[in-house]
Design a binder for this molecule. Structure first.
Ligand code: NDP
Ligand code: PYC
Length: 344
C-alpha cells in the first residue's frame, strides 16, 4: 500500500487526464474532467474531487455517460446559448461555451448558458468562479436525482440540487458561495459512510421516515432540505429552472432513467452571467465598490466569506502541493494501471 503522497496541481491534472483517456474518454472530455476534479482536490473540496473518479469511470463503463461525446454549441446570437452535451460530461460542455457566454453577457448585459444532456458529477463553484473571473456576476444550478424529501414529506423526490453564485472582486478571487439545497451534499454522507462515521442529526430520515445518523440508512431513506420549507422551495425552483424551463429532466426523471443513485446523473444545467457595468449603467453607483463595502462589513464582524476556506486550501496547495491519502493514491494507481478493469 503506497503512503500518503504530495503532488502538484499540474501533475494531478495530467495524471487524471491519462486515467480518463486510457479508459476511453476523448482528449477533450478527459482534459476537462481532469481539470475540474484536480481543482476540487486542490481546493480541499473533498466531496466532489478525486473520490468522484470511480463513479465517473463506472458511468463510462455502464454507457450512461459517453466520454467520447462531442458537445455541440448552438448559438443563434441571442442571450440564450445552448450546448447539447450528448451525454458527455458537463465539464467539456461548459468549457466549450464559457467564452461565448462571457462575450454575450458583455454585449447584452445578461446571458444564459443552457447545458442539455450532460453527465454532472461536480461542484458548481467551478462554473461561477470561471464566470466571475471574467468580471461578471454568475449563478449556476442543476438538478441531480431524487434523494431529498420536500419539507413536510418523507420520501425522496427533489435532488440535492446545488445552487452557486459568484461576484467579481477587484483585488482578489471572487466572492463565491456554492451549496447543495439539501442540508449537505450526498457526497458528504457517502464520505462518512466510507470512513465508518455517523452523520449529524438533522441531515436525513430512514426509509420509514424516522430521523437517522446512520449513513447507510440515510442513503436508503431520504435526505432533508436545508432550512426546512425555504431550502425545499429553492430546490423546487432549481427543478423548474434547470429542468422544466430548459427542456431537460427533473431529478425524478433522472432517477427513473438511471434506476439508482450509483452512477453520474445525466440532466441539464443553467448558468447565468450578468455584467455589472451594464446593470448599473446610468446610475451614480459603483457595483464593485458597493460589493467591497458589504464584504468588509461582513468580515468586520468576525464572520468569514464563503469560499475563504477553499481559497486558503488553494494557496496552501500552491506552496506545499496537494496531499493524497494512501487509499486515494492506491486507487489512482489501480485506475492508471488497469483502466476500467480496476473497477469493482
Ligand atoms: P457546504 O455546506 O460545505 O458549503 C457551502 C458553502 O458555504 C460553501 O461556499 C462554503 O465555503 C460556505 N461556508 C461553509 N461554512 C461557512 C461559514 N462558516 N461561513 C461562511 N461560509 C461558509 O457545501 P454542501 O455540502 O452544501 O455542498 C458541497 C458541494 O457539493 C458544493 O460544491 C455543490 O456544488 C456540490 N454538489 C453538487 C451536486 C451535483 O449534482 N453536481 C449536488 C449537490 C452538491 P467554503 O467552501 O470556503 O467552506
Ligand atoms: O453530492 O449530492 C451530491 C451529488 C449528486 C450528484 C453529484 N453530487
Amino acid at each position: 500500500m503506497p503512503e500518503e503522497s504530495v503532488t502538484s496541481f499540474e501533475e494531478l491534472v495530467a495524471r487524471l487526464r491519462r486515467i480518463f483517456v486510457n479508459a476511453g474518454a476523448s482528449p477533450q472530455q478527459g482534459a476537462a474532467v481532469a481539470r475540474v476534479i484536480a481543482s476540487g482536490e486542490r481546493d480541499g473540496a473533498k466531496s466532489h474531487s478525486v473520490y468522484r473518479v470511480e463513479v465517473c469511470l463506472k458511468s463510462m463503463r455502464a454507457g450512461t455517460v459517453d466520454a467520447t461525446a462531442v458537445p455541440e454549441l448552438r448559438d443563434d446570437g441571442s442571450p440564450i446559448i445552448r450546448v447539447l452535451g450528448n451525454r458527455g460530461f458537463s465539464c467539456a460542455a461548459f468549457e466549450l461555451a464559457l467564452p461565448v457566454l462571457a462575450e454575450r453577457a458583455r454585449q447584452c448585459g445578461l446571458a444564459a448558458l443552457v447545458l442539455n444532456d450532460v453527465g454532472h458529477f461536480s461542484a458548481l463553484w467551478y462554473e461561477v468562479e470561471s464566470v466571475a473571473d471574467r468580471g461578471l456576476a454568475g449563478m449556476a444550478m442543476c438538478p441531480s436525482y431524487s434523494a431529498v424529501a420536500p419539507a413536510g414529506g418523507s420520501r425522496p423526490l427533489l435532488g440535492t440540487n446545488p445552487f452557486a453564485f459568484g461576484w467579481p472582486r477587484p483585488d482578489g478571487p471572487p466572492y463565491v458561495f456554492d451549496f447543495a439545497t439539501s442540508v449537505a451534499a450526498r457526497g458528504e454522507i457517502e464520505l462518512r459512510r466510507r470512513a465508518g462515521d455517523p452523520i449529524p442529526e438533522g441531515w436525513a430520515v430512514d426509509a420509514d421516515g424516522a430521523p437517522t445518523t446512520d449513513p447507510d440508512a440515510a442513503l436508503a431513506g431520504a435526505m432533508l432540505p436545508f432550512g426546512g420549507h425555504k431550502g425545499s422551495a429553492i430546490a423546487t425552483m432549481v427543478e423548474l429552472l434547470a429542468g422544466a424551463l430548459i427542456g431537460d429532466m427533473s431529478s425524478r426523471e433522472v432517477l427513473d432513467d438511471l434506476g439508482g443513485t450509483s452512477l453520474v446523473p445525466v440532466h441539464g444545467e443553467l448558468i447565468l452571467a450578468f455584467d455589472p457595468a451594464r446593470f448599473a449603467a446610468g446610475r451614480d453607483a459603483d457595483p464593485a465598490r458597493q460589493g467591497e463595502a458589504l464584504f468588509e462589513a461582513i468580515t468586520g464582524q468576525g464572520a468569514r466569506l464563503p469560499s475563504m476556506r477553499r481559497y486558503a486550501a488553494r494557496e496552501r496547495a500552491a506552496t506545499q502541493g496537494i496531499t493524497l491519502t494512501a487509499e486515494e493514491q492506491a486507487q489512482l494507481n489501480r485506475f492508471e494501471e488497469h483502466g476500467l478493469d480496476a473497477l469493482s
